[in-house]
Design a protein around this ligand. Structure first.
Ligand SMILES: NC(=O)c1ccc[n+]([C@@H]2O[C@H](COP(=O)([O-])OP(=O)(O)OC[C@H]3O[C@@H](n4cnc5c(N)ncnc54)[C@H](O)[C@@H]3O)[C@@H](O)[C@H]2O)c1
Ligand SMILES: [Zn+2]
Length: 1533
């Protein structure tokens, strides 16, 4: 092709594409040839191009006396808009442009698309000429007649047309001013074109990379010519996208499009397509369509990288988002994505159609860089694998052949980034080679006559081998040749000093360009490698030695290479391999008979063998052998490596054999079967001869029995990463105990157990870490690996092979979770999200709650920390800016949401304070049912903020931020929890939020309030001014508290929140949230909208009851009831009415709302009426009786006013009351609890009862305190007293008394009462009593009969399950009555494994007791057994404290576990407070459950049986009893 003024023409149906150099000066003539010069011309261009070329073009027209208008747009994608189109049209109308106008579109794709679209609609279409100036426009957008603009709100290229230009004029000269980034952007499309339809073009690009980057005219013309021809070809056949052929152009664009949208301009189109191409090609490989995928992927990746194009997904993108955004791509049919499938370089799948449906699952699998192995459905127990060729042999053979004489055909060459780099460099050094069927490499030896073809820099990527081998090789370049060797950042960190030192001593001239001892280096050749005696350190890298050995035959003098034998030779097998290859395959008589010295004759070039077979890579093989090793009974055969191997790593199978595997080898194959039990090798294992496989061994060692000690691999600290440190870190993540030692590492095997922990393994961009951990992952699907692509370095098909050989499923961890969901169908777990400002306690309280409720706890910030590996969030933000941080946060957040959706456990998630600034986070939160805004007062936040966050967060202006964010917090939260201002006791906040959460997640079932209940109506303006003791007196006797919001001095949300926080600080009684309107005798104005808004806050604030007035409009009520349908709150439908004649049914209906309320409250005002007491009682009974069925809403009914007082006494469910200490009653005629209870008692509506404690000795018993406190609290006319006796007939007699209510029974009577109760049908007992054989609670039933129960076991059960959640065994000491209750309680806890029963003095009793249980897990033990028990996390002592029983210290030493899972000691004795045993356990940091707690809990259970009201008073009783207890008990007793 002629470069100057040449004009290559490609016809496209009705018009031509001209390609040439410097065509611009011919533009006017050219244009006039196409259109009569009478026409009007409009030049449309962008500002950049106008500056560069505008004047020239306009002048060139003016010279010819032709006028040309011009219009300039801003150079940006946003110019492709409706507005800009209209602007241009206006401009043209203003200038009288008519049908005889021709537009000249000068610019990149933006100008071309926009100007073309204007031309297509202006006056129903006028002519235009495309003058593309960017590479992308030249080869892509200007060809094919597609025009378009974007619609900002909806997407790219949504408006447009097919409109053919009159011509396309491509002037290569424009490229001179194009930036490199824009050039490479265009190259993405060129590479795509070659990849999908022209192998030759692909090779042409591959061999012209540097020329293209230098915009070499000749090369660019050819490149553009070829690309245009290809596109024209496709476009001609399918101009309007009807046959489907044109869709092949979308290769790389399907995924690329999703990325482009999400990145919103951060990457250019071609850059997104580049990533898309790699991913879509990999997808084709994984679906089995891509031939020779190793080579294709490698060539593609390398080419893209050469043009600085990205190949990996930016890490801040969410995979689900990409898949979602792909969905609106217009190429999708039936909801499934249609993708173009690559089958080889230069071809795509074309039948049955050009696109193939791909499931979202496959896409997620493809896009996720994390990978995990699932072994569940392994299909076979044996498999065969051909591993890729040995990397070391491949690279050596390439060098040998390149330097030899003759043509060689290399079989089995490893094709990897490493070898590709080597090949590219060799080509640069004048070596010629080509592929036979993409399989066999045919290489033409140079005989050592290297020439530097074009560029004088060798770019070595991350290849250490290349850097070492090529450094020496470059010394034989022709005299005075200068060449630079460089690579990526990591390669620059790797040492090269010793080699360079040696070469310098050998009179070669090498210079460090940056850092001493590291790449980049400049080699100035003097045309020879001198030879003679050469010395080098043998303890750094064998590659140095090999490098020198390979070049030795070319030396001027025979080489005697001496290794400084400081300690030992590193990786000697690799040196042996080099020598072996030189000797056997290339006939060089290397003399290695002397230790540490090699003599090589300077015979000149090698003689190339015509065929060479490269053996499989032993390190790659090690992973397959290892996987078989850790799966008992699994067999694998590696078919291309055997006893003949040159590689030291081939001996790896011998180590596995020593660990118990069954191994057989032929000369070329190796077969291994995994044993039942792997045994660690007792001695230290010297891995110096097979360093590359030490990581494989480390991962195998995990499943062995015993400790594996890997030694003599120090040099592995200098590899792709510090491999020893990395292995230890990652193994520890999996819960394996591994530790670094100076020359290696130790791994403690877990003995064929399964790994419980889940972990994400970080790969450090080191393929060996990824492959090694596949071994661990194959045993545990919760171990995933974070960068699956890093295996591409040596083994791109690794994952695919694992699937093929073993039948593992290799999949994205996201899909495993998805599967879990499919399996469980519906996710019913509770997911709580805590949001709020920094320092609101989200993490602290969140963790506390998760711990208490046994929920999983996730801290978003902690997850982000993991994502940014080591750097702090603050540093990350400083480096990357808030925006990038937010998008990372969004990504992490979405992953967490996904995880919470999929996991079975309940979860508490603590979110970062600012996450709600991201709209997508808010959207996600809005979808969640339990998002709680932790609302802490600004002053409180400020105080802590200064203290705690200065170091790890960038500083925020809190005032401003809170203002701004509060709106968002409220918008996306369903609940709001206010911390009491200035609360000093953080525990109060924790406990209150805990009960808040318990309330909101509870399913509405039974009302939390039963008959005979009261609620106090608080009429304070601001509770915060009320003294605590006063408040406690006021609520005395009540079952619930009504907050009258309408009476508060402010309706500000924060203020209301503080009122609730105050109430919750002092009591956990349920709260009734009421906004009483004036219409209903309250003070809130009758504005229903405002009322319902406030009611919403009642729900948000977690109030148990909401009072909804029934007289508001139907719509607002029904809507509100609908929105709160699944919420926790019970609704009271209330009406307050003046006395009149009523239709009761109508009234009831009005309040019931079709059964959508839980309680009906009807109050009628009797003042100013002439009603009689009879009338009133009449109304009262009618309303009361209107409840026919128990499941109908319960009624609160009474009459207001002085004369209504009687009905307040008669209403027994949730009667509103006041208190003398309250400023004023909430309503006319309100009474106090005491008044009502007194009247009821006086009238005989409640009867007095007598309760007893039976047993001996009982003088110091606290039971009276427990029960009397409870009775008194409710103003019940009940009395509880001690009856000291050990005679069951006394009990029997007292039970006959008419006012007998019930009794507690204690030692020594529990068994006797039991016997009494099973002797007669007048008595009934619970199941637990039957099993335990003891009664501790007697209750008189309504029918006059008696009921016996045992509440001891309930208390034991409660205390244990509250303290211990982990699977563990228990040691129970003692074999008496309490022990029986303990055993019964333990049997009810499913996570208790073994129950060991130990009775020190009379072991027979333990045996006897155990035998009465039909339970194999209850095992009597003796003193000798005690210290050998396993996994005992709880010890329960039932022996009397007087025995002063203790255990061996040894026992505690053995069973004291980590801080998180503390062991528990439970002593049932409550006198003294500390027993000898609790004191002993304390020394070992055990958690103690004290006897007093059991006493109180069993008492509360009794109280519940007698009154049904234990929950209300439990906190009060606990407090009172503990106080009494500590006063009575001398702690040092
Ligand atoms: N119609 C189609 O078939 C088709 C195909 C592919 C892409 N496109 C469209 O093409 C557009 C992208 O094209 P683009 O990459 O050329 O973008 P562009 O037009 O924005 O050009 C990129 C940048 O390079 C500058 N530039 C262009 N030529 C230059 C030169 N010779 N010297 C100096 N600077 C120069 C431009 O001013 C601009 O800043 C997108 O809008 C895309 O949708 C259309
Ligand atoms: Zn494109």
């Amino acid at each position: 092709m002629d470069s100057n003024h040449s004009n290559n023409i490609i016809p496209v149906g009705t018009y031509n594409v001209h390609i040439g150099y410097d065509l611009l000066q011919l533009l006017p003539d050219y244009v006039f040839k196409l259109t009569p010069s009478s026409y009007k011309y409009v030049l449309i261009t962008d500002e950049n191009l106008f500056k560069l070329y505008g004047e020239t073009i306009i002048t060139s027209f003016k010279v010819k006396n032709v006028n040309i208008l011009h219009y300039t747009i801003p150079p940006s994608e946003s110019s492709k808009s409706r507005e800009q189109k209209a602007n241009i049209e206006d401009f043209m109308f203003d200038n009288n442009c008519n049908i005889d106008t021709v537009i000249l579109a000068l610019g990149g794709g933006v100008v071309g698309d926009l100007a073309g679209f204007v031309a297509s609609t202006y006056m129903r279409g006028i002519g235009y000429i495309q003058i593309p100036t960017s590479l992308l426009a030249m080869i892509d957008s200007s060809i094919g007649g597609k025009t378009s603009i974007n619609v900002e709100k909806y997407g790219k290229n949504l408006l447009g047309s097919f409109h053919r230009p009159k011509a396309v004029l491509i002037d290569i000269r424009f490229l001179e001013t194009l930036s490199v980034r824009d050039l490479c952007n265009g190259m993405a499309e060129a590479i795509k074109m070659a990849l999908i339809c022209d192998e030759q073009l692909f090779t042409f690009i591959e061999t012209s990379i540097d020329k293209i980057l230098n915009k070499d005219t000749k090369v660019m013309i050819k490149l553009i010519y070829e690309c245009v021809k290809l596109k024209v070809n496709i476009v001609i056949q399918d101009e309007k996208e009807t046959s489907g052929l044109r869709s092949v152009l979308n290769f790389g664009h399907s995924i690329g499009h999703g990325i482009e949208i999400l990145l919103n301009g951060k990457l250019l189109h071609g850059e997104c397509v580049s990533i898309g191409m790699v991913l879509e090609a990999e997808l084709a490989r994984n679906k089995g369509f891509l031939m020779n995928s190793n080579i294709v992927m490698c060539r593609l990746n390398n080419m893209l990288k050469s043009f600085h194009l990205p190949t990996k997904l930016p890490s801040n993108l969410s995979i689900h988002d990409i898949v979602e955004k792909m969905a609106i791509d217009k190429k999708n049919r039936n909801g499934k994505k249609q993708l173009v499938i690559l089958t080889n370089i230069g071809s795509v799948k074309s039948s049955p159609s050009y696109t193939t449906s791909i499931d979202d699952q496959d896409l997620i699998n493809q896009l996720d860089t994390n990978v995990t192995l699932v072994a569940d459905n392994m299909t076979s127990s044996a498999g065969t694998v051909y591993v890729p060729g040995s990397k070391s042999i491949s690279n050596r053979v390439l060098i040998l052949c390149a330097l030899g004489i003759g043509v060689s055909r290399i079989h089995g060459l490893l094709y990897s980034i490493d070898t590709q780099t080597m090949l590219t460099c060799l080509r640069q050094l004048g070596v010629q080679y080509y592929w036979d069927k993409n399989e066999i490499l045919i290489i033409h030896g140079t005989g050592g006559k290297l020439t530097l073809t074009d560029l004088s820099t060798l770019y070595l990527n991350n290849s250490g081998t290349c850097s070492r081998f090529l450094t020496t090789l470059c010394t034989i370049l022709p005299d005075r040749t200068e060449i630079i060797l460089t690579g990526d950042e990591r390669l620059k960190e790797r040492p090269i000093k010793d080699l360079v030192d040696t070469l310098t001593q050998n009179k070669n001239n090498i210079e460090y360009l940056n850092e001493h001892g590291h790449l980049p280096i400049k080699i100035s050749s003097n045309g020879q490698f001198r030879g003679g005696e050469i010395t080098i350190n043998g303890d750094v890298s064998s590659q140095y030695v090999t490098s020198l050995l390979l070049m030795s035959p070319f030396a001027s003098k025979s080489v005697v290479l001496k290794l400084n034998q400081a300690k030992q030779i590193v990786s000697k097998p690799y040196i042996d391999m080099t020598i072996e290859l030189m000797k056997t395959q290339f006939s060089i008589a290397v003399d290695d008979s002397e230790p540490f010295s090699y003599t090589i004759p300077c015979t000149g070039p090698y003689q190339n063998p015509s065929e060479i077979q490269i053996e499989g890579d032993a390190s790659s093989a090690s992973y397959f052998l290892a996987i078989a090793a850790v799966h008992p009974g699994l067999t694998v055969t590696v078919a291309n490596i055997g006893s003949n191997s040159l590689q030291g790593d081939s001996q790896f199978c011998r180590i596995l054999e020593m660990m118990g595997c069954h191994v057989t080898q032929t000369e070329t194959t190796t077969t291994l079967t995994g044993p039942e039990q792997l045994q660690a090798i007792a001695d230290e294992i010297d891995m110096n001869k097979m360093t590359d496989t030490f990581m494989t061994l480390a991962c195998v060692a995990v499943f062995a029995h015993g400790r594996t000690r890997i030694r003599n691999i120090s040099n592995q600290r200098l590899k792709e990463c510090n491999r020893i440190e990395a292995m230890v870190t990652e193994l520890q993540k999996c819960g394996i105990s591994a530790s670094e030692v100076e020359t290696g590492l130790d791994i403690e095997g877990i003995n064929n157990h399964n790994i419980e922990q889940s972990a994400i393994i970080h790969c450090y961009d080191d393929h060996r870490i990824a492959m090694s951990f596949s071994i661990v992952s194959s045993r545990c699907k919760n171990i995933s690996i974070d960068d699956k692509c890093c295996v591409d370095k040596t083994y791109p098909e690794f994952w695919l092979q694992l699937e093929k050989v073993f039948g593992f499923k290799v999949t994205s961890p996201m899909l495993i979770l998805d599967e879990t969901v499919l399996n469980t169908k519906k996710n019913s777990n509770i997911r709580i999200f805590l949001i709020g400002m920094p320092c609101s306690g989200k993490s602290t309280i969140g963790r506390f709650i998760a711990n208490k409720l046994k929920y999983l706890f996730i801290d978003v910030d902690k997850e982000i920390d993991k994502e940014i590996h080591g750097s702090s969030i603050k540093d990350y933000i400083n480096q990357n800016g808030w925006q990038i941080f937010r998008s990372l946060e969004l990504k992490v957040f979405k992953q967490i949401v996904q995880k919470t959706l999929l996991c079975k456990e309940h979860v508490v998630v603590s979110c970062g304070g600012g996450c709600i600034e991201t709209a997508e986070v808010r959207d996600e939160l809005c979808k969640q049912p339990y998002v709680i805004y932790i609302n802490r007062d600004l002053d409180d936040i400020k105080m802590d903020y200064l203290k705690c966050t200065s170091n790890d967060r960038p500083h925020l202006d809190l005032n401003e931020k809170l203002q701004e964010r509060k709106v968002y917090y409220r918008q996306c939260s369903k609940y709001e929890f206010c911390l009491l201002k200035n609360e000093q006791n953080w525990r109060t906040n924790e406990i209150n939020l805990l009960s808040f959460i318990k309330t909101i997640v509870a399913k509405k079932t039974q009302l939390p309030i039963s008959e005979n209940s009261f609620f106090i109506c608080l009429t304070y303006k601001n509770l915060l001014n009320v003294d605590k003791d006063r408040f406690l007196s006021v609520i005395h006797g009540c079952d619930a508290i009504e907050l009258r919001v309408d009476l508060l001095e402010s309706y500000d949300i924060d203020f209301i929140g503080q009122q609730l926080a105050y109430i919750r600080k002092h009591t956990h009684l349920p709260i009734i949230y009421t906004v009483r309107s004036q219409m209903n005798y309250g003070t809130f104005n009758n504005n229903e909208v405002e009322i319902f808004q406030l009611l919403n806050y009642g729900i948000k604030f977690g109030c148990e009851f909401i009072d909804m007035e029934a007289n508001w409009s139907k719509d607002i009520k029904n809507n509100w009831l609908k929105t709160i349908k699944n919420k926790h709150s019970y609704v009271i439908g209330s009406l307050h009415l003046k006395w009149s004649v009523f239709d009761f049914n109508q009234l009831i209906d009005k309040c019931t709302h079709n059964g959508q309320v839980d309680i009906i409250k009807i109050v009628i005002d009797t003042d100013n009426s002439n009603s009689t007491t009879d009338d009133m009682l009449d109304i009262f009974t009618q309303l009361k009786k209107s409840q026919k069925q128990p499941d109908e809403p319960k009624r609160i009914v009474f009459l207001m006013g002085n004369r209504g007082k009687l009905t307040r006494v008669l209403n027994t469910f949730m009667t509103p009351v006041t208190h003398e200490l309250i400023p004023r009653p909430a309503a006319k005629g309100q009474l106090t609890v005491k008044q009502i209870q007194d009247i009821r008692h006086t009238l005989g509506l409640i009867e007095s009862k007598q309760f007893y404690l039976f047993g001996s000795p009982i003088q110091r018993s606290l039971s009276p305190c427990i029960h009397q406190t409870g009775f008194d609290y409710f103003y019940l006319p009940y009395n509880y007293e001690r009856c000291e006796t050990n005679d069951v007939t006394v009990v029997q007699n007292i039970m006959k008394q008419s006012n007998f209510g019930g009794a507690s029974v204690t030692v020594p009577l529990k068994q006797d009462v039991y016997k009494l109760f099973i002797s007669d049908t007048n008595y009934s007992v619970s199941d637990s009593v039957k099993k335990i054989g003891a009664v501790n609670t007697i209750t008189k039933l309504e029918n006059g009969g008696f009921y016996g129960d045992n509440t001891d076991w309930i208390a034991i059960h409660k205390l244990i399950t509250e303290t211990l959640f982990t699977k563990s065994s228990v040691l129970v000491i003692g074999a008496g009555g309490t022990a029986r209750a303990v055993l019964y309680a333990l049997e009810q806890i499913e996570y208790i494994q073994f129950i060991y029963l130990y009775n020190p003095r009379t072991p027979e009793n333990a045996i006897r007791l155990a035998s009465t249980y039909n339970n194999q897990n209850i095992l009597p033990v003796t003193k000798d057994d005690i210290n050998n028990l396993k996994n005992v996390c709880i010890v329960i002592n039932t022996l009397p404290s007087s025995i002063n029983f203790t255990l061996d210290n040894l026992f505690f030493e053995q069973h004291s576990s980590s801080a998180e899972h503390r062991s528990v000691l439970y002593d049932v004795n409550y006198i003294p407070y500390e027993t000898a045993l609790t004191k002993q356990a304390k020394q070992y940091n055990w958690t103690i459950i004290y006897g007093i707690d059991m006493l109180i809990e069993q008492g509360l259970e009794q109280f519940q049986i007698w009154t049904g009201k234990a929950t209300t008073v439990a906190p009060i009783i606990r407090q009172t009893v503990l106080k009494a207890y500590h006063e009575v008990i001398d702690h040092n007793e």
